[in-house]
Each structure stands twice: as structure tokens, then as C-alpha cells.
Design a protein around this ligand. Sequence first.
Ligand code: GLA
Length: 387
Amino acid sequence: MKDLIMKKFAEVYGDTEGAEAFFSPGRVNLIGEHTDYNGGHVFPCALTIGTYAVARKRKDRKLRFYSMNFENLGVIESSLDDLEFNKQAGWTNYPKGVIWAFGEKGYKVDCGFDMLLNGNIPNGSGLSSSASVEIATGYILSEMYGLDVPNQELAIIGQYSENNFNGVNCGIMDQFAIAMGKKDNAIFLDTSDLSFEYAPIKLDGAKIVISSSNKKRGLGDSKYNERRSECEEALKEIQAGMGINSLGDLNEEQFETVKMAIKDEDRRKRAKHAVYENQRTIKAVNALKNNDIELFGRLMNESHVSLRDDYEVTGIELDTLVEEAWKIDGVIGSRMTGAGFGGCTVSIVKDAAVDAFIDKVGKAYKDKIGYAADFYVVEIGPGPCRL
Ligand code: GLA
């Protein structure tokens, strides 16, 4: 891949003198969905697929961007003096947002760069292609501009740029999973204080399979921000009678005792998901520590049911992928992953069942939805690196 992107860089920008190549992963969340903005736990991991990048510093303040995933757009030019969100600027709003956020956090970026990207995460699939680009940009700035920003700080800057530049109120999970990724490990992260531990994922005789619904979505136009406000409102209603900081502070019993403080029934369901999903995530990680992968799988399934019925972020595409997966012998667990409303599911599938899984789920999906799903058997990889 390095040769390919270097060659393309030379084609686009003339030569490769002073250019360096980098990689930043995508991520999949195994369990703990829509908990990261509720002070709960998440359990994501970085993938070996992601964003490949080449960058070279410039002497002036110009920024030039080229993506091999959007070749028809050609080179998109901007400048350090034009760090404002602009719909027309498309995907370049992600790197621009990060450069802007570096400035806001006191890191000086005083000259521009030429950048070329080539991602092998399906765009808009819910595997965090945007956070991958954000962390790629942050890592490049940190390394090439000698800023030495710790990876955890890159995650915070990435989220800050997405919230404040791109206007998506996302939590910290995606950027954290990518910036802090570790080969063959998932990250058990407590989003209330960013304490975390790595948990080895040893799936003897099983694989992680991602099914992409190919229903495109962007977080900005989904109901993501709406769900987030519903949870905030529910929290306020509970806080009127109880001193908690976030929904993640409650366990199931406590929630059942105070839930009638939430006036609206839909809002009560959203809060229930946030509380139960957080507890499920803690249980799932314990199950994994006890080598009880079957229990881990059952908790994944329960997570999907809660996202479908209480949080209502699945939709017919994701439900079909998951419900068809559940029918197959050798599927340990299956659920939607990421924000929902389209995107992907994640399944743990015994080696011997992988082919049947792809075949049967694929056929049933095409029959019902009318277009094909894509399947990826993925591996857990490290965080961003130089190539
Ligand atoms: C998106 C957001 C994350 C997280 C998930 C849902 O991926 O970027 O912060 O909220 O949705 O778990």
C-alpha cells in the first residue's frame, strides 16, 4: 500500500520529496453502544483496515487535499487562513477541523501541507472512517510538526473538532478506540473519566465478521443528536431528585426505582437503554475475562434488542442482518455497531460457520432489502503509525 500511495502522491503533487506515509485504523465497537455520551462504558477495538495517508509540509500556508476515494473531486485547495466549516469542502472538513482544533488547544501549526488519503474502510459504514481521518491528521501534525501530542490527547482533539467544527455531537469512543488501538485487544473504556484497560480478544476458533448494510448514513443527518438530547433531558429529570452525574452512574435496580421521574415514555426508554447497556458492557467484559464467550455473545444479542426496541436506532436493514445471523448455527453473538440507522453489524462467528454465514445472511438480506450487503472478516490492529 505504501508504494501505491507514494506513487499516486507523486502523480498528484509532482514528486515525493519530503513526503511521509502514515496509517490510522478504523474501529468496531463490540458492545456498549450509545453509552459514551452518557458517562458509561464502551468496548471498541481498532481494525487493521483504515486510512492510509501521505503528507508533506509546505513552506506557505496552503493546504491541498486529495482522496483516492473521491478521485472525481481532484485536488481540493484551502489555507490555514480559511479554517471554517464549509459544506462544499466535503470530506476535507475533517482534516481542516483537526488543524483548527490543534490551534484552539494551543498547538501551533504554522505552515500548510499537501495530503493524499486512501481509505479501505467503506465510507459511511459505521466503522468510523471520519474519526480515522481525524486521527490520521492529528498524528501527522503531531509527528511532522514536532508537536509530540500524546495519542490520548489526539483522541480528545479529534472529538473536539467533530463536535465544534463539524457540528456532530459524538462521544469520545471512536477517536479513543482509533488513537489508543492495540493489536488483538479491545479497549474497556469508562467514558466518565477516560480510565481504561486493554482486554485481549482471544477468539479461539471464531472470527469477528462485519456485515455492512450498504445503507449510507451521516451522523449529522441522522437522529444521533436527537437521542443525545433525549438522554440529557432524562438525566435532568432524574437529577431533580437524586445526585448523579450521568446515566452511567445508575445500575438497573436504581434506574427502576427512579425511572418515573422521566415524564415521557420514549425518553424513559432511551434512558433505560443507556443504563442497561452500560451494565451489560461491564458484564460482557467480565464474561470475556472468565473465558465465557457464549455469555459475551448473549449480551451482544441483548444489546441489539435494546437498541432496536428501546433506543430505536436500528431500522429494517440492521435488524435483518442481525436477525438472519441469529438463525445460523455457529453464531456466538450479533448486533448493530456504531451509531445505527444504517452502517454495520458485528458478529462473532465460529470459523466453520463463516462461509455459511456470509452466504445465508447475504441471500436473505438481498431478498428482503433489494440490494446486497458486504461482509468483512476483520482483525484487531494497533493505533496510528508511520509506514
Ligand atoms: C457514533 C459516535 C460515538 C458513539 C456511537 C454510538 O459512532 O461517534 O461517539 O456515540 O455512535 O455508540
